[in-house]
Ligand binder design. Sequence first.
Ligand code: AMP
Length: 565
Amino acid sequence: MTKDDIGSEPLDPTGTGFAALGLHDALARATAALGYEEPTAIQRESIPPLLAGRDVLGQAATGTGKTAAFALPMLHHIGTSPDERRPVRGLILVPTRELAMQVAEAVHKYGRLLGTNVLPIYGGQSLQQQLRALKRGVDVVVATPGRALDHIRRGTLELGGVTFLVLDEADEMLDMGFADELEAIVAAVPTDRQTALFSATLAPRIRSISKRYLRDPALVTIANETAAPGKKPRIREVAYVVQRAHKAAALARVIDMESPTSAIVFCRTRTEVDELTETLGGRGYQAEAIHGGLSQEQRDRVLRRFRDGTSEILVATDVAARGLDIEHLSHVVNFDVPSSPDAYVHRIGRTGRAGREGVAITLAEAREHRLLRNIEQHTKRKISIESVPTAHDLRARRLELTQSALEDALESGGFEKYRAIVEALGTDHDILDVAAAAVMLADQTRDGGEKDDIDIPAVAVAQERPGFLQRADRKPTRTRMSGDVAKIWIGLGRLAGIRPADLVGAIANEARMTSRDIGAIDIADRFSLVEVPAATVDNIITALRGTTIRGQKVSIRRDRGATKG
Ligand code: AMP
């Protein structure tokens, strides 16, 4: 890389990528404050039609930035009302309580400068608390269908003022058996509303509900053109699935294991870039941040240090990296799964250039697994999912490096003056022991030892193929039971690595039942259904509540007919 290679594309320190879409200034400023430098693909394509008042049918999975794609236009349209007793104007339906909390938090952050009031509503939370909040006046409700319908039927959720309706993860809501609830809820919303429907797939049943609920929608899918032909780069593509809390530690392990000569770590936001640079620095790496908030002078300084090897890792946003024409990198690391396959291809194209070998590493959370599959389908290449190196792997790797350094030294000579020491030690000790002790010392001084010895829990991910590329196969394992049976719903599924044996094991152990008492098991992407004798349901639910399966907290309830959402 030479100085001339470094572009000086003007950056956008105020995050006006969003303002340019025509969003209210308070929203553009909120995204800038969150460290977003530019809209993601789904945002670029969904926001304009939604701002123009059109309905949108969007195909996008979690991790693509879809929440902002519908939340920003919703907030733009509804703003806030000066009215004390304001009616609910935005309604977002989501399949699970986790998503309800997550989306509500996102809407709150985006609408902070507008003063928008958001309320999540889901089952399992006190109705009274929700009622009090609804009475105080709420602009946007984010709800699971079961609980939303509860409130509608009690007359505690008035939807007559809703002007903007979102069905988020619609495929998942249908999978969970919420079709009837959706129908009833949509019927309670005025027909002259604007509607956005997002789904990870555009299966026929999604198209069919979108025909009923949307009016002449703009269809938005993330571009899926095939990878450009040409010289095939030699890139090893690896992903590690880790919990968010362990990402920085996992990254450190991976860096230690790979010992990159020059690496870029991509983050989504400026904030993330700054935080990660700080964390890596604290762990002893020479890492430098580069994002759209830096002045040209700061940027040049960072690049100079990277070029001359003073720093070994650049932590960057896409926008900041775009201006740099870096000749070759040994490693590209995605700290999060990129928001679109195109972004992935673009990022990893910075390694493996000119026939050299490169490594592309992606850290993913279990819920982002589907995005990895999208990328594979797009690139027609496999991303190998590996476990984060353990402290033991690192020690083995360090020893390998020590050994090869010793081999180099033996080849290049220059150690004659040390022979006398070896001879002296050899009079009292076995000469092999002398050498082994020297190797030990050399190994211990290498790299200053492990940076952490903590356990990074493996996140199990189902890897069967080719079935995994499809939606959950709903063919039940085990046989159906006869007699009075009921189903329980467990909020962990294939994406959490759940297998039938895990469910049987947990129920058998916690509820003291035998596996013969457990009937058919359906495992979907995000939840599982287990058939059990009706009389045992309450006992099982009590026994499993608060326990974990495969290290993850279990949410559990009686399936359908009883409380939902
Ligand atoms: P979502 O797909 O909505 O769950 O968003 C995934 C993640 O991307 C969230 O952590 C968002 O905060 C983040 N995000 C959304 N839009 C952007 C953007 N334009 N730039 C950077 N990060 C974003």
